[in-house]
Design a protein around this ligand. Structure first.
Ligand SMILES: Nc1ncnc2c1ncn2[C@@H]1O[C@H](COP(=O)(O)OP(=O)(O)OP(=O)(O)O)[C@@H](O)[C@H]1O
Ligand SMILES: [Mg+2]
Length: 254
């Protein structure tokens, strides 16, 4: 069974960093049959993983809608081949980039086919890690339906916690099948750790990891190096490893 982990939260709290380091951990543990999905329209997961991409699912959708199809071709077969074409393959993982959401026009039929194909594609992998867009849109757009684990990241800011809490509530309201929702506290300094844990408790969320403010991460960012290449002595990398261990233990993933 494919295990699907989605990473969400307010803008700028560290979603992509966490997603990329989870992928690094999984790879280092021998998991290579892994699909990374960049579901943020403002995509930055490829960069964080040290790879690039040419086209997105959004591009395929636009091509379909503007009917740039060769005449007489089967739509499903065409989409299938296009998705294959835009899937970036590396030795450690595959990557697809969702790109921008739909513009104006009737996308229902197109989205339906796309969803079916992506669902069947996902099932060929052992692990799927989704870097969600900031905020809650991914829930109403249903790009994070049926995930095993939703990791919501927040920094030690009120707004971060508010967004985290709303994502959790909305996921419950929309009756989306998310088996486990956990909170990750990121960029936490010793001095505000207790306060942050207290707020998490007050909003009824289970903290699965507390990642420190880490100079090695900042340095990596400033040098423009992919976070996937992060020095393995980094505190954040080590904590993400513990998070993965706990996820596996608590959610029954292997
Ligand atoms: N624990 C940490 N220590 C130091 N810097 C960090 C840490 N976590 C993240 N950062 C830095 O914070 C910035 C935002 O991180 P990141 O891009 O992962 O957030 P994001 O939630 O994906 O943002 P966006 O909403 O824009 O996609 C980056 O510059 C990153 O290097
Ligand atoms: Mg990001």
């Amino acid at each position: 069974m494919t295990k699907i982990i989605a990473v969400s939260g307010k803008g700028g709290v560290g979603k992509t960093t966490v997603a990329a380091l989870l992928i690094k951990w999984l790879n280092n543990s021998g998991v290579k049959n892994l699909l990374a999905i960049d579901a943020d329209p403002d995509s930055n997961l490829p960069e964080a993983l040290g790879t690039d991409f040419e086209k997105t699912i959004g591009d395929i959708r636009e091509d379909l809608l503007s009917a740039n199809l060769p005449p007489g071709i089967n739509k499903r077969a065409w989409i299938d081949s296009k998705i294959f074409e835009i899937t970036k393959e590396t030795k450690n993982f595959d990557l697809i980039v969702m790109g921008r959401p739909e513009g104006q026009g009737c996308y229902c039929a197109v989205n339906h086919i796309l969803r079916e194909i992506i669902d069947s594609m996902v099932s060929a992998y052992d692990y799927v890690v989704i870097d969600c867009e900031a905020g809650m849109e991914h829930l109403s757009r249903r790009t994070t339906e049926n995930v095993d684990v939703m990791l919501i990241v927040t920094d030690a800011s009120r707004k971060g916690f508010e967004t985290a809490s709303r994502i959790k509530e909305l996921a419950e309201e929309l009756d989306i099948e998310i088996n486990n929702i956990f909170l990750i506290l990121n960029r936490i300094k010793e001095s505000n750790k207790d306060a942050a844990v207290k707020i998490a408790k007050s909003i009824n969320m289970e903290v699965i990891g507390i990642l420190p403010e880490d100079d090695i991460v900042s340095e990596c960012d400033l040098k423009g190096e992919p976070v996937y290449e992060l020095n393995e002595n980094s505190g954040v990398y080590n904590e993400v490893g513990k998070v993965l261990g706990k996820i596996i233990e608590k959610s029954g993933l292997e």
